[in-house]
Each structure stands twice: as structure tokens, then as C-alpha cells.
Design a protein around this ligand. Structure first.
Ligand SMILES: NC(=O)c1ccc[n+]([C@@H]2O[C@H](COP(=O)([O-])OP(=O)(O)OC[C@H]3O[C@@H](n4cnc5c(N)ncnc54)[C@H](O)[C@@H]3O)[C@@H](O)[C@H]2O)c1
Length: 346
């Protein structure tokens, strides 16, 4: 079997912690051929550490000189769109890190480029690959929750402002916890609900803790140059009559260090996903259902291996690209609503 030739754009944390190790787990299927980073030293160091044959200081040259079949886009959000489109136009399948982009407009451009190229554009939403999410999906698809009409999405850290990267820089990331971690739980909820069409959003953002010096459980952040929200709350309604409420924070005065949760309520059952627990009424009895066993998987790896399998098998779908545009529409709406103080009709 010919191996999938993979190149990476960006040689930072997610590339070295997740993408490269996952590709290296399937050496019979994947050969990493090149890495590009504007910080050329970083590209060279990563290339030499992982035995990647070529390092570049820009992805345009890398795409022109390397016959890659697939590209991982692992750069700050501001650069997702241009990098992903360049890779698609160079004839590569693309796995772009989350969030899809900075805005709905950008995500749509990426979706259109994928359609034009006939290549796969997938996003790094690994929570949908978790065993809990996959099991919940099987129960939901079998009708165990009935019609899901309401849900709650939480991505809340007590003191988890990232002390590395550019996660606190609005110009480079587009926002704070909403676009960075809230987006993971929102995608998980939407995935389980069948990605309904959003109708109206109401959002509010706060900047209460990030701009002040404080305890940093994820390192020390630059509080003097903190330009994103530290908490976002919102409500989303969908054209099918369902709704979601959302809370996402890098820092908040709460008990738990870290909450990543999706809760769904349907007319036949409800569920919390992390960990998976379902709630029903059967035979005049309220019952809870918990899986006795779920396989322990590395969801990041499972996601990347699913991407590899789809590339090799030529399973090109526009599903992910369309979902990317859809979720970005909700994020845009929530930020717009927070700014205007008014509900946004999508
Ligand atoms: N799936 C997840 O759970 C997860 C976790 C962390 C980060 N991410 C996403 O991954 C992306 C990168 O995050 P990170 O933590 O790796 O950041 P990072 O800052 O560690 O690395 C980003 C790298 O991109 C390089 N870069 C910047 N602009 C570039 C360009 N135009 N061309 C080439 N290289 C460029 C930087 O020099 C840096 O080395 C972000 O979009 C982030 O949201 C996803």
C-alpha cells in the first residue's frame, strides 16, 4: 500500500504533542514528509527530533516543493483559513485544528475551497471521538433519548488561563474560552443533536479575572496584554425547536478545577456525556443507565487515525466542512450579541 504523505503547517504544541505522535503510531500508513513554521528554528528542531526529512520557514514553499497528500494545519486560529485553503488548492486533504477559523465568513471560504478541490477538510474536534460521545451517539441514534429539545454545554476552568501560546490574544485567536474550549463542547452537543440549524443566539462575555494577576493553574499568563473574554455565556435556539445554554470560562470562581460537560434532555431520556450517564423513566420507575465498560482511547489519536483512514480510502465528504461553517456561525453570533447586547437572528 502506498503511504499517505503528510506535511504539517505549524510546529508548536498541538503539532508535537498530538499530530506528529498520532501519525507516527501508524507508520505503515503514514509518512511525515515535511514541516513548516514561520519560526524556522522550531521547524528544523522538530524535523530533526522526529526524523522528518524537510523543514521550511513558510508553507507556500513547502506545498510547492513537497508532494504531500495531506496536511495538518496547526497554527494559531488567525492563520487557519489561508493555510487550509493553500493546502486544499495544492491538492491536499486537510485536517485543520479547531476552531475552524476566526469567523463564519472564513469558514465558508474554507468549505468552498474544499468543495472546489474535491478534497477532505476535517476539523480537530476530538471530543466527538471520545468513547462516551460515541456510545451516547449510538443510544441517541437508537431513539433512547427521543427528541432532544434542550441541552447544556459547559467548558469551565477555575483558573485555567493558558500561560503559553497566543490563547489570550484576540487578534490571533478571535476570542477566548468560547472559541477555544467552549467550541469543543458545543461541537460535541451539536454532533449528538445531529447538527441542527441555529436560529437565534444571545450571548454575553466577561473580562473579570484575566486582566489581573492571579493564580495560574496552567502557567503564568500575560495579564497585562489579555485581550479576550475570560467567561462567555449564551443561549442558542435552533430551527427544529431545540435550544442549548452555554457557559465557557478560562477562569471563574467555581469549585471544580475543570468542567467539560454536555448535558442533553430529550422527551424519552436525558444524558450527561462526561462521564456518560443516561436518565429515563421506564415501567413507572426513574432509572439511570451507566455503561459498565467503555474502552479507554486517546480521542486525539482516534480522530487523526480516522482522518488518515478517510484520506487513504478516498472517503471525501463535505459534512465536516459544512459543520465547521455552522458552528462558526454560532460563535460569531454569540460574540456579536455580546457586543451589541441584543439577540442575533442567524
Ligand atoms: N484540539 C485541541 O484540543 C487543541 C489543543 C491545543 C491547540 N489547538 C489548536 O491548535 C492551533 C495551534 O495551537 P498550539 O497550541 O499548537 O499553538 P503554538 O503557539 O504552540 O504553536 C503554533 C505554531 O504555529 C506557528 N505559526 C504561526 N503562524 C504561522 C504561519 N503563518 N505559518 C506557519 N507556522 C506558523 C508558530 O510559530 C508556532 O510554532 C490553534 O488553532 C489551537 O486552537 C487545539
Amino acid at each position: 500500500m502506498t503511504k499517505l504523505k503528510v506535511a504539517l503547517i505549524g510546529a508548536g504544541g498541538i503539532a508535537t504533542d498530538v499530530h506528529i505522535p498520532a501519525y507516527r503510531k501508524v507508520p505503515e500508513q503514514v509518512e511525515i514528509v515535511a514541516v513548516a513554521d514561520v519560526a524556522y528554528d522550531k521547524a528544523k528542531t522538530v524535523a530533526s527530533e522526529y526524523g522528518i526529512p524537510a523543514a521550511f520557514d513558510n508553507y507556500e514553499t513547502m506545498l510547492a516543493e513537497t508532494e504531500a497528500d495531506a496536511v495538518s494545519v496547526c497554527v494559531p486560529n488567525k492563520f487557519h483559513k489561508n493555510a487550509a485553503i493553500a493546502a486544499l488548492e495544492a491538492g491536499c486533504h486537510v485536517l485543520c485544528e479547531k476552531p475552524p477559523a476566526m469567523s463564519q465568513h472564513e469558514a465558508k471560504e474554507m468549505e468552498d475551497a474544499a468543495t472546489k478541490s474535491g478534497k477532505l477538510l476535517m476539523y480537530g474536534f476530538h471530543y466527538r471521538f471520545q468513547s462516551e460521545t460515541q456510545a451516547a451517539k449510538r443510544f441517541i441514534d437508537a431513539g433512547e433519548l427521543g427528541d432532544i429539545y434542550s441541552g447544556r454545554v459547559q467548558a469551565i476552568r477555575r483558573r485555567g488561563i493558558p500561560g503559553w501560546g497566543v490563547f489570550t490574544n484576540k487578534e490571533l485567536q478571535g476570542g477566548g474560552p468560547l472559541i477555544d474550549i467552549g467550541v469543543h463542547m458545543l461541537d460535541t452537543a451539536l454532533f449528538l443533536m445531529g447538527y441542527p440549524e441555529p436560529a437565534v443566539v444571545l450571548g454575553q462575555t466577561h473580562q473579570q479575572l484575566g486582566t489581573k494577576k492571579g493564580v495560574g493553574l496552567l502557567g503564568e499568563w500575560d495579564y497585562q496584554n489579555y485581550t479576550v473574554e475570560d467567561m462567555a455565556v449564551g443561549m442558542i435556539t435552533f430551527t427544529n425547536g431545540a435550544s442549548l445554554v452555554l457557559e465557557s470560562a478560562f477562569a471563574a470562581n467555581v469549585e471544580k478545577r475543570d468542567t467539560m460537560q454536555v448535558s442533553l434532555m430529550g422527551n424519552k431520556g436525558g444524558a450527561d456525556i462526561f462521564p456518560l450517564k443516561m436518565y429515563q423513566e421506564k415501567h413507572d420507575t426513574l432509572i439511570d443507565i451507566t455503561p459498565a465498560y467503555l474502552s479507554e482511547i486517546n480521542a486525539h489519536q482516534t480522530e487523526i487515525h480516522a482522518f488518515v483512514a478517510d484520506c487513504i480510502e478516498g472517503n471525501v465528504t463535505d459534512r465536516f466542512a459544512k459543520q465547521g461553517t455552522n458552528i462558526q456561525k454560532i460563535i460569531d453570533g454569540l460574540y456579536q450579541s455580546a457586543e451589541s447586547g441584543k439577540a442575533v437572528y442567524l
